[in-house]
Design a protein around this ligand. Structure first.
Ligand code: GDP
Ligand code: MG
Length: 166
């Protein structure tokens, strides 16, 4: 049976994915992660390289201010280029989170060995990738990384095209 878009019952969802500086620093790892995104049927809606100033890093991770790893985290995230993506597919938020694996690399290696963080993560801080953890945070984080992008407009203009079958 040919699967037409009309037979895909679930709507597309957007998420914000980031390849962090530790992985961008290694072209082969960056390429491997890029391939994983495509192989897992994500549509790359937008993508750009970005370099944060320390203030950007502090603003994005404000919820973690005061945690023991906060200083390390903000320094690391402003230490070099990152690659940011707006990704679309059904259940994009949970699918990308599942592909990344648990936050802590050493735990990831133990409980989820096939995941991105388990395969490529260096430490609990330098854990290769970021992904939004809910639809709300995806909206907020997409606006943070891609202020020029309108989720509402994309949903209205593009998403129906994936559902409109014969
Ligand atoms: P995430 O949503 O899975 O990225 O995890 P969090 O939102 O809890 O944390 C944000 C980032 O802070 C993580 O991706 C790590 O880079 C870092 N981080 C979180 N927890 C720890 C920790 O226990 N130790 C260290 N060193 N870094 C952490
Ligand atoms: Mg988080």
């Amino acid at each position: 049976m040919v699967l037409t878009p009309a037979r895909c019952a679930k709507a597309l969802q957007l998420t914000l994915a980031v390849i962090k500086p530790d992985a961008v620093a290694h072209p082969l790892i960056l390429e491997a992660l890029h391939q994983k995104i495509l192989e897992n049927k994500f549509i790359i809606v937008k993508s750009k390289e970005i370099v944060w100033q320390r203030q950007d890093s502090e603003r994005f991770y404000a919820e973690h201010k005061g945690r023991f790893f906060y200083q390390r985290l903000v320094e690391f995230m402003s230490s070099g280029p990152m690659q940011a993506y707006i990704l679309a597919r059904e259940e994009a938020v949970s699918q990308w989170r599942m592909m990344m694996g648990p936050t802590k690399v050493f735990r990831a290696r133990y409980v989820a060995p096939g995941t991105i963080r388990a395969r490529f993560g260096l430490t609990d801080t330098r854990n290769t990738t970021h992904g939004s953890d809910s639809e709300d945070s995806a909206r907020r984080e997409i606006a943070f990384f891609f202020p020029e992008f309108s989720v509402a407009e994309w949903m209205e203009r593009v998403e129906p095209a994936f559902r409109a079958g014969p």
